[in-house]
Design a protein around this ligand. Structure first.
Ligand code: PLP
Length: 452
């Protein structure tokens, strides 16, 4: 029997090959120098990524002259769109004054002050160059503070690429046991010592989490969790579950770390303020650097004092040649200042409308699709089951997922490869309509070519 969905996917991929010939040539040339032709796994897309020529406002243009309405936004980073004039002029001003020095600048203090004032859990903050470094430093802080060594993370949770968070991030279905713990290594020969130190918990399952957390309570330094799970189309966790995690960590002296590297964009004070659940530490990244590389971690003063060389509690050296570099700090402060209450309300309102409209489109077509998301974040999931955790998320239909992504790309709309995305402050009902109408069009084709 012909797999009609596969024929549809092949025809979309064929169109892409025809439209992106210059990108293909570049990709082939790049493969001579970099494995896979680039240097970031999330830049990869099938059959090869398009190469960007420039970007401005709502759109990216590739080398072949194709224009994409960008909902990918460098993994949610570009909350003011591409090359916003206020950030460009801030950067020009700073670049003439020098790009980096081994001494602090006012930019650091400005951005630190804004974030400390906005984020309920952060009394003191430190900057890094990536979210990966931010989560890595926060685990060190939790260990030193609690004098315990194990960490707990969730199955399917992504917190960057360092060893201790690289456990059970994308486990294959065939590697899953009936329990989440022990975790599944992310690569062959990942040291057993790392796996032994990482306890893997299931999202949204209070009973199983309670059992594991009590079992390891004397060894657990921290639990790291995203309040809104980026990897599952921005699924917000059940509030009852998040409250339970807050209470049990408080009771057992375990540091609770909220990874808000993506979810910080849902309100001025992040998801923690929105849900009124306040962790002990928070990690940040993406939007706070104004489009330049950044990460940050912060929390209670008594924990952050571990990084203070003039404190008797000083325990952890936190160096980094480009930490707090003035270009990122100035751009970050500009972006944060541009994000007023009004802008958040406007983006979140639009996000709500988008999710509602997408849901009614797929309901009308009678396709089993779940629309996930929160605030300005959204995800389109071809899934018959309710998505609650990693095991239900991976039931998403892979073929339909690829078809929608590929169709959108051919029609000038850029999503994340798993069909999630984010809005920015430049968007209005027009961009929502474009996404919704294209979803209707490809939804009808998928329905026609499937047995559903
Ligand atoms: C939730 C979360 N944590 C951590 C990271 C790592 O951040 P970075 O890519 O800046 O190292 C990311 C990046 O996508 C993320 O989404």
């Amino acid at each position: 029997m012909i797999d009609k969905l596969n024929v549809l996917l092949e025809s979309e991929n064929q169109k892409y090959l025809e439209n992106t010939k210059k990108s293909f040539e570049k990709h082939k040339a790049s493969e001579n120098f970099m494995p896979g032709g680039n240097t970031r796994t999330t830049q990869w897309m099938e059959p090869y990524p398009f190469y960007v020529d420039n970007a401005n406002g709502l759109h990216i243009k590739d080398l072949d002259g194709n224009k994409y309405l960008d909902f990918m936004l460098n993994a949610t980073t570009l909350i003011l769109g591409h090359a916003p004039p206020e950030i460009v002029s801030t950067l020009f001003r700073q670049i003439k004054l020098g790009t980096v020095y081994s001494a602090p600048t006012d930019g650091q203090t400005k951005l630190a002050e804004i974030l400390v004032n906005r984020i309920p859990s952060i009394q003191k903050i430190r900057f890094t160059n990536s979210g990966t470094e931010a989560t890595m430093m926060s685990l060190m802080a939790a260990r030193s503070y609690t004098k315990k060594t194990k960490i707990a993370k969730f199955e399917g949770g992504y917190h960057g690429t360092h060893e201790h968070v690289s456990v059970s991030v994308y486990p294959k279905e065939s590697d899953l046991n009936s329990e989440t713990n022990p975790g599944v290594p992310e690569y062959s020969y990942q040291p057993k010592s790392i796996l032994d130190d990482v306890i893997v918990l299931p999202y949204n399952d209070i009973e199983k989490c309670k059992k594991l957390i009590y079992e390891y309570k004397d060894e657990l330094a921290c639990i790291i969790i995203e309040p809104i799970i980026s990897n599952f189309g921005y699924l917000p966790l059940d509030l009852q579950f998040l409250r339970f995690i807050r209470e049990i960590t408080h009771e057992l002296g375990i540091v609770l770390i909220f990874d808000e590297i993506q979810s910080f964009r849902v309100s001025k004070g992040g998801a923690q303020e929105e849900f009124n659940i306040i962790p002990d530490m928070t990690t940040l990244g993406k939007i706070i650097g104004g489009g330049l590389p950044i990460g940050a971690f912060g929390g209670k003063e008594e924990i952050m004092d571990l990084f203070n060389p003039s404190s008797p509690k000083y325990d952890i050296a936190h160096a980094g040649t480009f930490n707090g570099n003035p270009l990122t700090m100035e751009a970050g402060a500009s972006v944060m200042n541009a994000l007023t209450d009004e802008k958040y309300s406007q983006m979140n309102l639009l996000g709500g409308q988008l999710r509602k409209q997408l849901k009614s489109v797929f309901d009308e077509i009678d396709l089993k699709v779940q629309i996930t998301g929160y605030g300005s974040l959204f995800g389109i999931n071809f899934n018959k089951n309710s998505i609650r955790d990693y095991r239900s998320f991976i039931k998403n239909n892979t073929e339909m997922t690829k078809i929608l992504f590929s169709y959108m790309r051919n029609n000038g709309i850029l999503l994340q490869v798993k069909n999630a995305g984010a809005l920015n402050t430049l968007m209005d009902q027009n961009q929502i309509e474009i996404l919704v109408e294209n979803s209707r069009e490809i939804g009808l084709q998928i329905k026609e070519n499937s047995d559903e």
